[in-house]
Design a protein around this ligand. Structure first.
Ligand SMILES: [Zn+2]
Length: 250
């Protein structure tokens, strides 16, 4: 068997979990394995990690197991999206639960992580197709670069390469062309994700349900009329936003 560690995915991890599950046998003995698992659970839930199961731990266990039994929303992704493996499991769980709570059998994701290469290529295509997108300064710089190269009849592959290099250069100065276009390492600390406001059945209530989670650090939403949003500093209302934009601190 190959060596695996935290963050790994795949069949070996499944095998490991299968073995671990069997290490705790339900025999009525509070043994080391049970004790260690209790400590792990308490740590995860921010409880006093003493291995003693009192009222707080019992309550937390019941809540967590009830959560596991609840049906979860299905998450669907727009074709060709990059970065699925950069999303944290916690965020996916949150979507599953918040989605169910807000009566959304499906949550439709339109945007996740975007590599600089992909960002460059999308911007090139938009310009060629005449789609006008209003960008902040870094985006305008890249747009001008692409337009100038197109005028010079530079081949697409080369223009995209130049644009990609410019996007990376700007990002190093903290000038982001898109909130979704950050390094993989940054994205793993901050998941940035867009949810379709038309293909997700009940997007307003989903946004409200997500706000119950403190790790949701920002939501940009086109739905301004909801009074619930009024006092929450994490919410930015933008009627032109085509999706619900969510930033989640992992
Ligand atoms: Zn977004």
């Amino acid at each position: 068997m190959k060596t695996i560690r935290k963050g790994d995915k795949g069949d070996e991890v499944k095998q490991l979990q299968e073995y671990l599950k069997q290490l705790i046998c339900i025999d009525g003995n509070f043994d080391d394995a049970t004790h260690n698992t209790v400590i792990q659970f308490q740590t995860k839930m921010d409880l006093v990690a003493d291995g003693i199961v009192g009222t707080k731990t019992w309550n937390a266990l019941e809540k967590e197991v009830a959560k596991l039994k609840q049906p979860k929303s299905e998450i669907q992704y727009d074709a060709g999206l990059e970065g699925k493996d950069l999303l944290s499991k916690e965020l996916l769980d949150l979507f599953g639960h918040a989605g169910h709570e807000s009566k959304n059998p499906t949550i439709y994701v339109t945007s996740m992580w975007r590599s600089p290469a992909k960002q460059a290529s999308v911007m090139y295509d938009n310009i060629v197709q005449g789609a006008v997108i209003s960008y902040a300064e870094p985006g305008r710089i890249v747009t001008q670069l692409i337009q100038a190269e197109i005028k010079k009849k530079t081949p697409k592959a080369q223009v995209v390469q130049l644009a990609e290099a410019k996007i990376i250069e700007l990002a190093q100065q903290n000038k982001l062309v898109s909130k979704h276009c950050i390094t993989e390492a940054q994205y793993q600390k901050m998941n940035v994700i867009d949810i379709s406001k038309t293909r997700t059945p009940n997007p307003r209530d989903l946004a409200k349900a997500l706000l119950k989670e403190t790790k949701v650090s920002r939501i940009i939403t086109p739905f301004g009329e909801l009074s619930t949003y009024g006092n929450d500093k994490r919410v930015l209302i933008d009627a032109n936003e085509p999706a619900i934009h969510i930033e989640y601190t992992v």
